[in-house]
Design a protein around this ligand. Structure first.
Ligand SMILES: Cc1ncc(COP(=O)(O)O)c(C=O)c1O
Length: 408
């Protein structure tokens, strides 16, 4: 029976306007337990209604202190993109370990094979190289499912940086390069071509996957639809996702796996920072105790403009011409490294910024937390959880030892 998403009874979430930000030590990545539980309720719903297995992609969300909460909602495993993530999956997620990396090294492969329940190869040359080890492990009783990542060469992702199905992509085997003669020992196919997409894109992608690789599906037990399914975004078409997955499962008799990362951490928390100084060079600029480059690298890489709680956009030329600039105090918001471009952009605040004021960046959990660096040796933000009862739990704080450990 299909339960409509409207009947889901989603748990209420914390209102950021009611959080006492000044009581949270700055800087800090703060995960909101209520928002995470809301996402997990939706993911659990999709999993149950569609029959797909939904695992978490560590590359997008690997805040392991929150894994016990994920397990409460039936998240049965993780997908790792390296040996380190595979070890973390075994140690902290404690479910199935799925591994996919664009290429495995001779050094890492035996350890990855030991840890993996599902192992996906990006090319037939990698599969040929490591097949003897897989066969030997299987002969010795190791249970491991083997997949090949295919590239359907169908893309709706606009940003090249995040488009694995673009021209000359090194990710996945195209139909032209596919080796039917090497399928012995392969149980599944994997594709990943979406990024923050809705289920209509998935439906169109599946049509191409079926057209290009459908003839091999009768030999497969499972198909992994990769990540990029932003099922926790407001307005995402959940009924379509559920229908599309069900139809695919029934038509091809395969187990379907989804491995989103963003959907888990989407809108689940903030980066709390504070003002260290305000300087003036034609415009006012606030220097924060975080770095855009070190702590929000996607802002510069993608690039995108993050939302700052309580702050608005700067006046446009049209505003100036019409002399109706929005009221408030504009500031260039910059980080604490000496990189000239360590700047988020210009924002307008209701009150002038003072040293010590909190500046809260929205939606800073998925990808942001995993991509941070110690560039310039800047203080790394704490990691904390805002509990459902409103209490703040400081999970980790970083000091000189962590900085030094990364260097030598
Ligand atoms: C192979 C693979 N699986 C899953 C994901 C997770 O995607 P997302 O976080 O967009 O859901 C990615 C992201 O790059 C990926 O490359």
């Amino acid at each position: 029976m299909t339960v409509h998403p409207a009947d889901l009874n989603l748990p209420p979430v914390t209102d950021p306007a009611r959080v006492d930000w000044a009581s949270i030590p700055s800087p800090a990545f703060v995960l909101d337990e209520t928002r995470l539980r809301r996402n997990l309720t939706l993911i659990d719903y999709v999993q149950k209604q569609s029959g797909a297995q939904i695992i978490v992609a560590f590359k997008g969300f690997s805040m392991w202190s929150a894994f016990p909460i994920l397990r409460e909602y039936g998240v049965s495993g993780a997908t790792a993109s390296s040996l380190n993530e595979a070890i973390l999956a075994k140690e902290e997620m404690q479910g199935e370990v799925h591994v996919y990396a664009p290429a495995y090294s001779d050094e890492d492969f035996p350890k990855i094979l030991e840890l993996a329940d599902h192992l996906v190869f990006n090319s037939f040359s990698q599969w040929e190289r490591f097949r003897p080890q897989v066969q030997a492990a299987r002969a010795a009783g190791k249970e491991v499912l083997i997949g090949i990542r295919v590239n359907p060469e169908y893309a709706e992702v606009e940003t090249d940086l995040y488009n694995p199905a673009g021209p000359f992509s090194r990710l996945g085997v195209t139909r032209r390069e596919f080796r039917e003669d090497l399928l012995d020992g392969v149980d599944g196919l994997h594709f990943h071509t979406l990024c923050e997409k809705d289920s209509d894109t998935l439906e169109r992608t599946l049509e191409v996957v079926e057209r290009n690789f459908g003839e091999f599906l009768p030999r497969m037990n499972w198909v992994n639809f990769g990540g990029g399914h932003l099922m926790t975004r407001e307005g995402y078409d959940l009924p379509r996702l559920i229908r599309v997955v069900r139809e695919f499962r029934e038509k091809h008799g395969v187990h379907v796996i989804l491995e989103p990362g963003s959907a888990f951490g989407w809108q689940t928390g903030w980066l709390v920072s504070s003002v260290l100084d305000v300087v003036h060079n034609v415009k006012d600029a606030a220097l924060l105790d975080v770095s855009v480059s070190a702590h929000m690298p996607d802002v510069l890489e993608m690039p995108y403009r993050p939302r700052i709680l309580g702050a608005g956009d700067p006046p446009t030329d049209e505003h100036r011409e019409a002399q109706d600039a929005p009221a408030g105090h504009p500031y260039l918001i910059g980080g604490t490294t000496c990189l000239a471009g360590d700047v988020v952009g210009e924002y307008v605040f209701a009150e002038p910024l003072k040293i010590g004021d909190r500046v809260i960046f929205d939606d800073m959990i998925h990808y942001t937390m995993v991509k941070t660096t110690f560039f310039n040796g800047v203080k790394h933000p704490d990691i904390g959880i805002l509990k459902a009862d409103g209490a703040y739990q400081r999970v980790k704080t970083f000091g000189y030892e962590e900085f030094k450990a990364k260097l030598s």
